[in-house]
Ligand binder design. Structure first.
Ligand code: COA
Length: 318
């Protein structure tokens, strides 16, 4: 017994920024960003808080699942960080939507959705939950150095949510962590302690892009192949590969290794940039809304992120 996804939702901030507008802040241009990443626009918070976006996504997921907050007995948020260090994003969001149940955050960076799915399966196995709300929310715009063209062009803000119940739609899940805090990290501030002896890094996202790129293409190939082998599936039998939306060239690299057509690898990176843990559930939401996902479809989800972490899940859609 694992789980079924029975309703999904999204929360996207109003303000959209084009590549051309980013050129007002750093020395870049649309041609470079589009050709090197596939990103054309991203949304960023202005008046919205992250818990506003998470609340919007959560309420839509509940409505689509035909449930109310009183039906939910566990709330998991996947996030790199909410607007507060504490309370958690799950608590600030629960407060907004009137949800009262066990609530906590998990941080597996861009792999957060996969990690949340595995935690949900564990709660179902313990018999401690019947309906679980999983909400991924990221406000990357506040974690970037807007003077650094290597990173500020890549990310966006948003939220996506799903309600899960016990079921057997998810046929496989595998999570890995390959610890390395040198190639991708976001340092935290240190308050005003007078005691620290060494200077700490600024609290902005720091990334060695090419090392992350190599990790991503490699881990995606290995982990997706492992999933298909475990389920005795050929790549041809998979209807959709929903890969983490970090760079279109990473998706293309993974696709070439699997020797599958481009139509099987939908993207939303052109509209949203990299939304960390939100990318994959938002893509799944859009595919359901557009009527692309059909009952019986085989869907592979594959994410990677800081940690370094990676997670792969396979659904036979119900
Ligand atoms: N606009 C214009 N030029 C830029 C630029 C920008 N936004 N960002 C970098 N450049 C420049 C660099 O300064 C460099 O110039 P130089 O040759 O004069 O030194 C040149 O472009 C090439 O930079 P490089 O870092 O080699 O580019 P790249 O092809 O590796 O692409 C990334 C950079 C970040 C797009 C790419 O490495 C990547 O996508 N990595 C993975 C990122 C990722 O997945 N992160 C999230 C993980 S969850």
């Amino acid at each position: 017994m694992s789980l079924n996804i029975i309703g999904m939702g999204k929360g996207i901030p109003k303000k959209q920024i084009t590549n051309g507008e980013i050129a007002n802040y750093v020395d870049t241009n649309d041609e470079w960003i589009t050709s090197r990443t596939g990103i054309q626009t991203r949304h960023v918070c202005t008046s919205e808080t992250l818990s506003d976006l998470a609340a919007t996504a959560s309420l839509e997921a509940l409505e689509n699942a035909k449930l109310t907050v009183s039906d939910i007995d566990l709330f998991i948020c996947a996030t790199i960080g909410g607007e507060l260090r504490t309370p958690s994003l799950s608590c600030t969001t629960a407060e907004k939507i009137g949800l009262k149940c066990t609530a906590f955050d998990i941080n597996a960076a861009c792999t957060g959705f996969a990690y949340a799915l595995e935690v949900a399966v564990g709660y179902f196995a313990m018999g401690k939950a019947k309906n679980i709300l999983i909400t991924c929310g990221e406000m990357m715009s506040t974690q970037l150095d807007w003077n650094d063209r290597n990173t500020c062009v890549l990310f966006g803000d948003g939220a996506a949510a799903c309600v899960v119940t016990p079921g057997d739609s998810m046929r496989y899940i595998s999570l890995i962590a390959s610890p390395d805090s040198t190639i991708l990290k976001i340092p935290v501030g240190t308050g005003n302690t007078p005691f620290l002896e060494s200077k700490v890094d600024e609290p902005y996202l720091y990334m060695q892009g090419q090392d992350v790129f190599k990790f991503a293409v490699g881990v995606c190939d290995i982990e997706v192949s492992k999933a298909l082998e475990t389920l005795d599936l050929a790549p041809e039998e998979v209807d959709w590969f929903l890969l983490h939306q970090a760079n279109k060239r990473i998706i293309d690299g993974a696709r070439r290794k699997l020797k599958q057509p481009e139509e099987k690898f939908p993207t939303n990176i052109e509209k949203y940039g990299n939304l960390s843990s939100v990318s994959i559930p938002l893509l799944l939401y859009e595919m359901i809304e557009e009527g692309k996902v059909k009952t019986g479809d085989t869907i592979v989800l594959s994410a990677f992120g800081a940690g370094m972490t990676a997670g792969t899940a396979v659904f036979k859609w119900q």
